[in-house]
Design a protein around this ligand. Structure first.
Ligand code: 6PG
Length: 226
């Protein structure tokens, strides 16, 4: 895993915008559409705000949710809500998890069907952005939860006992297909995980450390400035 470390948030975001353009241009020329799976949480919001102000072919870009909280799209905890607020001026298509239908399992099934329809088989995102939680979780793959062991599904419902909530998450299988994966992290609380990933520490046993790619690249964009 390639580590890009920055002490300034501006340099961190500049570098990711350059990376986005370096991946997106060839993807658009090769396939006509740039398919990107975005992470939720708070860390990536400044990047999304900057991207939304960037001159970019948003009509040829499709954004997806790498994971979602099982709440309505207008709920304060909704990842879709955060991403929609950031990108609404661009008019880009954001494919959201249908959290208003039935159960997290039904929502996950519907979302996986959409991803397979849009990206083909196997569905390869051009870029997947992932965060890392303070317990080492990534997407909504939390420690000691069922979705960690999921091999068949690409999008899985996942109950998180310590939060008492349902989530819908990308599985390791879907992540493995990606052409490029970026961990986007910031601040001292994420340092131990970033170090373990960058050093490919074999004893690292937190969910983000189990992310693998069958052909793509995995990079870490870490900002040390909180
Ligand atoms: C979510 C995310 C999750 C997030 C981490 C880090 O829905 O919460 O997708 O995986 O990336 O929890 O969150 P912060 O960026 O807020 O630290």
């Amino acid at each position: 895993m390639l580590l890009h470390e920055f002490s300034s948030a501006t340099a961190w975001i500049d570098s990711m915008v350059e990376g986005w353009e370096a991946l997106g241009g060839p993807a658009l020329r090769a396939r006509g559409t740039f398919h990107v799976s975005l992470s939720g949480g708070s860390t990536p919001r400044p990047l999304y705000d900057r991207l939304a102000k960037t001159k970019w072919p948003w009509s040829a870009t499709r954004l997806y949710l790498g994971d979602e909280r099982w709440v309505t799209p207008d709920h304060k905890d909704s990842n879709y809500r955060m991403i929609h607020q950031a990108f609404q001026e661009t008019g880009v298509h954001i494919e959201r998890v249908p959290t208003e239908i039935g159960t997290a399992d039904i929502g996950a099934r519907a979302y996986e069907k959409q991803v397979r329809t849009d990206l083909g088989e196997p569905p390869r995102f051009d870029l997947i952005l992932l965060g890392i939680g303070d317990d080492g979780h990534t997407s909504s793959l939390f420690p000691e939860t069922a979705a960690l062991r999921e091999e068949k599904l690409l999008i899985a419902p996942n109950f998180v006992p310590k939060l008492g909530v349902w989530r819908v998450t990308s599985t390791y299988t879907l992540l493995r297909y990606a052409r490029a994966i970026w961990f986007v992290t910031r601040g001292p609380s994420k340092e131990p995980f970033v170090r373990a990933l960058a050093q490919d520490d074999p004893s690292a046993n937190f969910p983000a450390a189990k992310v693998r790619s069958d052909r793509g690249t995995i990079e870490i964009y870490h900002c040390t400035q909180p």
